[in-house]
Design a binder for this molecule. Structure first.
Ligand SMILES: O=C(O)[C@@H](CO)OP(=O)(O)O
Length: 228
């Protein structure tokens, strides 16, 4: 049975510092490393061994993938890194402290920027210290200036259709190591969650989520591996 495993990266340095991160490349904390390794140990314990993997171009997701694969003895499987799985771009909020931003703009406005379906944060100014346009890893890639969840879905879903879904069609057990909002985009699609209800869906770090697919490639229920 084709199976999809989604895992959000372990705790990052800016998760810990409570800063808006998006496309900015921050590393895992010590706790994040432990969460990623534990995710792989859980895969091994449950006998759910990935055969193909996908991740973003961001260190926290790549390292999470590698730590999890190491823990379950699967570092050797094919893996693809692609910007379409990157975190949602946080625009001009990138780098700001989430609490200070609430104090300045109000709780409600920050909630809209963080969780509304289609309201993007203000655009990142060009020349900002967080501008990644000249980062070598994004050569030839249209780096966004900001993204809502809707805009994130518009780049995650075509990648799902063209790259990830075909691996499930081929019967693989696919592991995707990505980010809070690129995974919310996938889960919204796979679990048929409405634009309104997706606002309250949070994805915890380092906690594998599993979808089994039937022979017509219809996904079953979304389950946390720890509960299976
Ligand atoms: O800062 C970010 O990029 C994301 C994920 O950590 O935060 P949020 O929870 O606001 O989507």
């Amino acid at each position: 049975m084709p199976t999809l495993i989604l895992v959000r990266h372990g705790q990052s340095q800016w998760n810990l510092e409570n800063r808006f991160t998006g496309w900015w490349d921050v590393d895992l904390t010590e706790q994040g490393v432990a969460e990623a390794f534990a995710a792989g140990e859980l895969l091994a314990e449950k006998g759910l061994l990935p055969t193909v993997a996908f991740t973003s171009l961001q260190t926290r997701a790549i390292k999470t993938l590698h730590l999890a694969l190491e823990a379950c003895g699967r570092l050797w499987i094919p893996e693809t890194k692609d910007w379409h799985l990157n975190e949602r771009h946080y625009g001009g909020l990138t780098g700001l402290d989430k609490q200070e931003t609430r104090d300045r703009h109000g709780e409600e406005q920050v909630h809209v920027w963080r969780r509304s379906f289609d309201v993007p944060p203000p655009e990142l100014e060009s020349g900002s210290e967080f501008d990644l346009a000249s980062d070598a890893r994004y050569a030839g890639i249209p780096v966004p200036r900001t993204e809502s969840l809707k805009l994130t879905i518009e780049r995650v879903l075509p990648y799902w259709e063209s790259a990830i879904r075909p691996q499930l069609e081929a019967g693989e057990t696919v592991l995707v190591s990505a980010h809070g909002n690129s995974l919310r985009a996938l889960v919204k699609h796979l679990s048929g969650i409405s634009d309104a209800d997706i606002a309250s869906l949070e994805i915890p770090t380092g906690q594998p989520i599993v979808y089994d697919f039937d022979e017509r490639l219809v996904p079953g229920e979304r389950r946390y591996l720890k509960d299976i």
